[in-house]
Ligand binder design. Structure first.
Ligand SMILES: *Cc1c(COP(=O)(O)O)cnc(C)c1O
Length: 521
């Protein structure tokens, strides 16, 4: 290895790796990084981890439907099971371990105060079918949170039940579709700019619309002339991500909304990145008709691997009557759950329901706790610090990584780089793998598509300058190696539990079921 700008010693790790995938040790462990087999390989269905008395013989009452062969679950004891999952968890990266730079995901710290509030029995132990008078506090919390969202966005009403950002998009488009159908105007096309999040065209297609793409300008924003040129009586809606996935604020929203409305269409705003503008911009003032908010991004509730999320949607006055049921309302001192359409103009034409019940109480409690502990001025500072941190990363790294929109002015909450300037044979993928050896989860790669070999980095406001500097130092070191042509990067990661995997095969042909490979006796 000739090029070594950072003091990196690939030969040592290589040696350790090459002797044995686990590093040349008896166990396969590498120091305190413990190897772990599949649970089916550790235990088998013939043993049981618990000492049960023999089951007495009883007559079967299953009418001949009893299982004929064992189910095949591995029998492990409690400590074996605990160790298995704890070992696996150590092979993963988490926001509680370090900076998580995934762009467009807002992986920020989840304050422990929120967790404390969510565990209060009055919030944690309620059931959605409890009589209203026994859950007034929970209803009040949902109502207060909704009012904050309405206030912060300058919109007219809110639907709390959608379970994620993409589910919120569906909710918004269903309301738009109902509004258009109500005026007998079944339009068929949704326009989506190139700089939009991938869920936008997916949602529009799911709703039965045909999707047309609007190009981006060289500066990374919606090409307004192209958008306005396409507006016609067949266009139902425009979906715009703002701030967009190039990390830029769409500056011409007011003009765009006016043009879209003049053409009889509606504007959906993907507000997943609201954390960049909360307290500074009210989307309602820009003319937006519907927008989802990701509580798991802007308002710091945990991202669970597909677990309980919340993507409330705020609506303009024009769309409010079509919003989904149910919702919480305050009458006098009492909170009620409105489950049916009412004659009241605001709730007269609901398109239906997004979910069986009212949404994710645990997420609502955490988000409300986050908002109240920050206050209005604190939330404004969230946006300012998120933007400041992203710009710090952008400016600290633009001499070693190409920043395609570096000239377009400050970025918002995320910094975007391309693979231009990397040495022959080295790519964005190699930078990402090198970053794993430095102890960081990679940034978002190859997205947005408008930039070649994109690297999208979102530090969020919860990182200190010291942690930003450490991340910048790590990425700078990897980027310098990639510019200088250090081909050892092609074999990175050296220190991860696994090296390079066939990611395409893993995605296209995932093996999701364990089969016993040992031949039957
Ligand atoms: C995260 C994100 C979404 C999707 O949100 P989910 O909660 O993951 O469904 C949509 N748009 C943008 C811009 C996002 O960043």
């Amino acid at each position: 290895m000739t090029i070594n700008p950072s003091g990196w010693r690939p030969e040592r790790a290589l040696a350790a790796n090459d002797e044995n995938e686990g590093g040349g040790t008896f166990t396969g462990n590498r120091a305190l990084m413990l190897e772990e087999k599949l649970i089916f390989e550790i235990g088998d269905s013939k043993s049981c981890g618990v000492d049960f008395d023999d089951v007495p013989e009883v007559a079967s009452r299953l009418g001949g439907l009893e299982r004929s062969a064992p189910i095949g679950l591995p029998g492990l004891s409690e400590p074996e099971t605990v160790r298995h999952y704890t070992r696996l968890s150590r092979q993963n990266y988490a926001i509680d371990l370090g900076l998580f730079p995934l762009g467009s995901c807002t992986m920020k710290h989840n304050p422990r105060l929120n967790e404390r509030m969510a565990r209060l029995p009055g919030f944690a132990d309620v059931h959605p079918l409890q009589p209203a008078e026994t859950v007034q506090g929970a209803y009040e919390l949902i109502h207060v949170l909704g009012q904050w969202l309405i206030k912060l966005t300058g919109m007219n009403s809110v639907a709390m039940s959608p379970k994620a950002g993409a589910h919120g998009e569906l909710c918004g488009l269903l309301a738009i579709r109902s509004a258009l159908e109500a005026r007998g105007d079944a339009r068929k096309v949704v326009l989506v700019p190139e700089s939009a999040h991938g869920t936008n065209p997916a949602t529009a297609a799911f709703c039965g619309y045909s999707v047309e793409t609007i190009p981006a300008t060289k500066a990374g924003r919606v090409d307004r002339a192209a958008l306005e040129g396409r507006l016609a009586p067949d266009v139902a809606a425009v979906m715009i991500t703002n701030p967009n996935t190039c990390g830029l604020f769409e500056r011409e929203m007011v003009e765009i909304c006016e043009a879209v409305h003049a053409a009889g269409a509606l504007v959906y705003c993907d507000g997943a990145n609201f954390n960049a503008i909360v307290g500074r911009v009210r989307p309602g003032d820009l003319g937006i008709d519907a927008m989802h908010i990701n509580l798991h991004k802007t308002f710091s509730t945990p991202h669970g691997g597909g677990g309980p999320g919340a993507g409330p949607v705020v609506f303009s006055a024009a769309l409010s009557p079509f919003a989904p049921l149910p919702f919480v309302e305050k009458t006098g001192d009492t909170y009620i759950l409105v489950e049916e359409e009412t004659a009241d103009e605001d709730h007269s034409r609901s398109f239906g329901r997004m979910a069986a019940f009212h949404g994710q109480m645990g997420m609502f409690t955490r988000a409300a706790s986050y908002m109240m502990s920050h206050g209005a001025d604190g939330l404004r500072q969230v946006a300012e610090d998120a933007v400041l941190n992203a710009n710090y990363i952008l400016r600290q790294l633009e001499d070693v990584l190409d920043a395609p929109f570096g000239e377009s002015g400050p970025c918002m909450h995320e910094a975007l780089f391309s693979d231009e300037g990397l040495a022959e044979g080295l790519s964005t993928m190699d930078i990402a793998k090198g970053l794993i050896d430095e102890g960081f989860h990679p940034m978002t790669m190859y997205f947005p598509l408008v930039v070649h070999g994109a690297m999208l980095i979102e530090p969020t406001e919860t990182e200190s300058k010291a942690s930003l500097d450490q991340f910048i130092g790590a990425l700078r070191s990897v980027a310098e190696r990639a510019r200088a042509g250090d081909l050892s990067l092609k074999a990175a990661p050296f220190y991860a539990p696994r090296r390079r995997l066939d990611e395409t095969a893993a995605a296209r042909k995932p093996i999701l079921t364990w089969r016993d490979a040992t031949p039957a006796e």
